[in-house]
Design a protein around this ligand. Sequence first.
Ligand code: FEO
Length: 395
Amino acid sequence: MVVREIAPDIFSVGALDFDRRLFDSLIPLPQGTSYNSYLVKGTKKTALIDTVDPTREMDLVTNLVKARVDTIDYLVVNHAEQDHSGSLPMMAELFPKAKVVVNEKCLDMVTHLLDIGSERCMVINDRDTVDLGGKTLEFLITPWVHWPETMLTYAREDRVLFSCDLFGSHMAESTLRVNDWKEVYHAAKRYYAEIMMPFSSSIREHMEKIDTLDIAMIAPSHGPIHTEPNLILDAYRDWISDKVKNEVVIPYVSMHGSTEKMVQYLTEALIDRGIRVLPFNLVVTDIGELAMALVDSATVVIGTPTVIFGPHPQAVYATYLVNMLRPKTRIVSVIGSFGWGGRTVEVLKGMLTRIEPELLDPVYIKGAPGAKDLKDLDNLADAIAKKHREFGILT
Ligand code: FEO
């Protein structure tokens, strides 16, 4: 690993993980990830902001040796999750005089999750500062930019915002800084969809606080550093807004072809009406791509057959994800086919407890789709187009 100076006496000392392919045993990582850690050297004191995932703690140790660090005064914990703090116990042991800087909520977490003694901790409040000598670190408590204890750290004189998970991307990018904005935009949007979207209302509040800062650089805990902060800030403003796009996402699964025929028919009917369609065959879908499509789409139509008495488990999984990720979806419907009965539509509707979309009449049929069923799909496409026109996203 390498140590790189990102601002005067501020160094990147984290680790790149090119090979990791899954996060939280859930989120695919097609571009790997990085566990960013930053060393801030003042004239009097030194701080380390976040550590790294425990699988890479020797990378961090090596980098600190390369950076000729003989003492650390503050171990700043922006987030207690393992990928940020899993190496904190080792750092606390290597630097026994270092204070572990946490907020009240994080204190509870580092003591319970990481076995850090509370006597090692310095508890800070929102907008508190520490003076490193020529460098002031200011702490912004920003709950739910992933977990309830998350916070950001702002290096005032250098105008660097260490933004924790916020504004991050799962990319092992060796250039350190954003190299190709289009590529990073895609990765950051995917990251937002998978990790931040459930907390969009909290982010909206925190953006007001962030907007009070003069920011030259955003250094997140994952992915490249933003040296043009307005690009990522504007992208977030768009994603957390209530604006939706003229798009229909169709997560679907089919067993014997009937549901697939219905999805194909509806897809064409929607395209005919000027609507962008994003179908996802759940058998082969990367759930990160599905999550990303949910960020902007006005409508979601779930396609599933009935298995024994309810929805196909793949459709249950997708619906659970939609509910958990809490997109700004305004319209939902269900299409599919059953053999002899079941409660598929009621089960799926009952799963959507965290979002409040309008439910359009499902097209849920017995057996293979016939002429009347195709007509019903046309009617569903008309109803979706009408709603999109009302939303002002389809002319
Ligand atoms: Fe980067 Fe919430 O973990």
